[in-house]
Design a protein around this ligand. Structure first.
Ligand code: C5P
Length: 305
């Protein structure tokens, strides 16, 4: 059956631990990270078209103007890559409906690339193995393979190598967005500047974090969470320190900068607790504030027509 269009979703990612090692000769940093996919989703709709194009819709507070609308958009690159690989002739129009903060350290662009790969795969009737899509994803960006995999996973290499992790339970997160995004390369460059002249150890994942996740021990997870990019991001945006402190003051179990920032994350006991923390942070004048549950599935076809 020929499809007229396909809509796929992909989730935001957070890093429960982001261990960063010394910069590699290729400019990337070796990572030891624990990813979790959470229920903030972007949706991507693809349809056959004479040329590649991309449009973006969604909540304007997600600073949609920062999303490139030309061939440099990672979703266009994803569609072209799969077409080339599968020898598909013809192009697609791509509509991205954003639910993930733009430049927030939650891999929104990577989610769009992952959703586009899965959507085009269905549109073109390719039925590619997941492993092939993940391999192509790794050439598009370090976080794209995880956006396909979803769940909770250990990431290594520059983040593109993912292995599922043993996890029990639900994790409720409160997310405080920032009015202005942060550039990932700028935060990594600040990390290098902070460590100039002193050796950086190879990154490792704390065993206490994995144990907490296996046992659904929320307090254990909160105590073991960490992000090596936090000092660098705080140097660029000192006010984020106040946001992180406000979440703990509002009763969250623990606080964490998301990826390279600037979104801040707060782990809560359960849904009810998350609702209370959201209210307290809004009362404190912070925002935009939202909540999401993890882990959720990776890129998925939602609807076809
Ligand atoms: O792989 P991706 O395109 O998402 O990476 C964006 C930028 O983030 C890279 O150009 C690099 O500056 C930085 N980065 C890094 N080490 C990683 C992942 C990303 O230095 N492991």
């Amino acid at each position: 059956m020929t499809l007229a269009w396909v809509t796929a979703s992909a989730p935001a990612k957070i890093n429960l631990h982001l261990g960063v090692g010394p910069v590699r000769p290729d400019g990337y940093h070796p990572l030891a990270t624990v990813y979790q996919a959470i229920g903030l989703l972007d949706e991507v709709t693809v349809a056959p078209a004479p040329t590649y194009s991309v449009t973006v819709t969604g909540d304007p507070r997600l600073t949609l103007t920062d999303v490139p609308l030309d061939d440099s958009n990672i979703a266009v690159r994803a569609a072209r890559l799969l077409a080339e690989h599968a020898e598909v002739h013809g192009a697609v129009s791509i509509r991205i409906d954003k639910g993930i903060p733009v430049a927030g350290g939650m891999a929104g662009g990577s989610a769009d690339a992952a959703a586009t790969l899965v959507a085009c795969d269905a549109l073109w009737g390719l039925a590619s193995p997941r492993e092939l899509l993940m391999e192509l994803a790794g050439t598009l960006g370090s976080d794209v393979p995880f956006a396909i995999a979803g769940g909770t996973a250990v990431g290594s290499g520059r983040g593109e190598l993912v292995a599922p992790a043993m996890v029990q339970g639900d994790y409720w997160w409160v997310v405080v967005e920032s009015p202005e995004g942060l550039s990932t390369p700028a935060v990594y460059a600040e990390f290098d500047a902070l460590h100039a002249g002193s050796p950086v150890a190879d990154p490792v994942i704390p065993e206490a974090l994995m144990e907490g996740l296996r046992n659904s021990d929320l307090k254990g997870v909160a105590d073991a969470m960490g992000n090596d990019l936090e000092p660098a991001a705080l140097r660029l945006r000192p006010e984020l320190g106040e946001v992180l402190a406000a979440g703990v003051q509002a009763g969250a179990l623990g606080s964490l900068l998301s990826g390279s920032g600037p979104s801040c994350l707060f782990l809560c006991e359960d849904e009810e607790h998350a609702v209370a923390v959201v209210a307290a942070l809004r009362d404190a004048g912070l925002g935009p504030v939202s909540m999401a549950r993890g882990p959720v599935a990776g890129a998925t076809v939602e609807r076809t027509g």
